[in-house]
Design a protein around this ligand. Structure first.
Ligand code: ZN
Ligand code: FE
Length: 241
């Protein structure tokens, strides 16, 4: 694996993802705050070359100004979201393949949670940075986009190789599991994942990254066969407890 990925917990339940190249160069995705990133970059003894942004929400971008001031990092984000993102040095669009720390990253359209949301897929490293599109056992709320847009976004992710590490923006897995088992009570893979998640959280451990394969077996939102099903369970989740 040419680059490695680590979860940096930040804010109450966000993850910033730290990418490290073999030559020591670092990149991050979605810094909701600067402090945990500074601690990790300084501990790694490196410098922060690049900041990737999936969408404009404050819990994914608020750390950018302090990090750019400290490290002079370049900032990469979507053209369609650029008007509400921090200033971008590299403006990308879905369908493009870009260089991140010397490896190719595919920019994927990920509308649904917001319009202009993107995901980054590293085919050579089996890494997916998907912001608030796909969560373990869940998906992002439809704040701007439609269920049809989210369905298309999830289908794109479902087609990635099963071993792909899913690096999502939040630790929502435990509450997602409580809902998911009501949608698929007979899914034994989901049952055992829910038990695993309970155990991990009881120890204060992250439940992510997950994998595309694991989510295909357990995540009702990724498993939804059509837009209507996705829309129905998304609404049900919004009103769950
Ligand atoms: Zn968001
Ligand atoms: Fe978020």
């Amino acid at each position: 694996m040419p680059i490695t990925v680590t979860a940096l917990p930040c804010l109450s339940d966000n993850y910033t993802w730290l990418l490290r190249a073999p030559d020591g160069r670092l990149a991050i995705c979605d810094p909701g705050e600067a402090g945990p990133v500074i601690a990790a970059v300084d501990a790694a003894g490196g410098t922060l070359d690049l900041i990737l942004l999936t969408h404009h929400h404050g819990d994914h971008v608020a750390g950018v100004p302090d990090l750019v001031a400290r490290y002079g990092s370049k900032v990469m984000g979507a053209k369609a979201d650029a008007h509400r993102l921090p200033p971008l040095d590299v403006i990308v669009e879905p369908g493009q393949t870009v260089d991140v720390l010397g490896v190719p990253a595919e920019v994927l359209a990920s509308d649904g949670h917001t319009r202009g949301h993107i995901a980054f897929h590293f085919p050579e490293c089996a890494i997916l940075l998907c912001g608030d599109t796909l969560f373990s056992l869940g998906c992002g709320r439809l704040l701007e986009g439609t269920a049809a847009e989210m369905f298309d976004s999830l289908q794109l992710l479902a087609a990635l190789p099963a071993e792909t590490l899913v690096c999502c923006g939040h630790e929502y897995t435990e509450s997602n599991a409580r809902f998911a088992v009501t949608v698929e009570p007979g899914n034994t893979a989901l049952r055992s994942r829910a038990d695993e998640v309970t155990a991990l959280r009881a120890e204060g451990k992250p439940t992510v990254p997950t994998t595309i394969g694991q989510e295909l077996a357990t995540n009702p939102f990724l498993r939804a066969k059509d837009v209507e099903t996705l829309a129905r369970i998304r609404t049900a989740k919004d009103n769950f407890r």
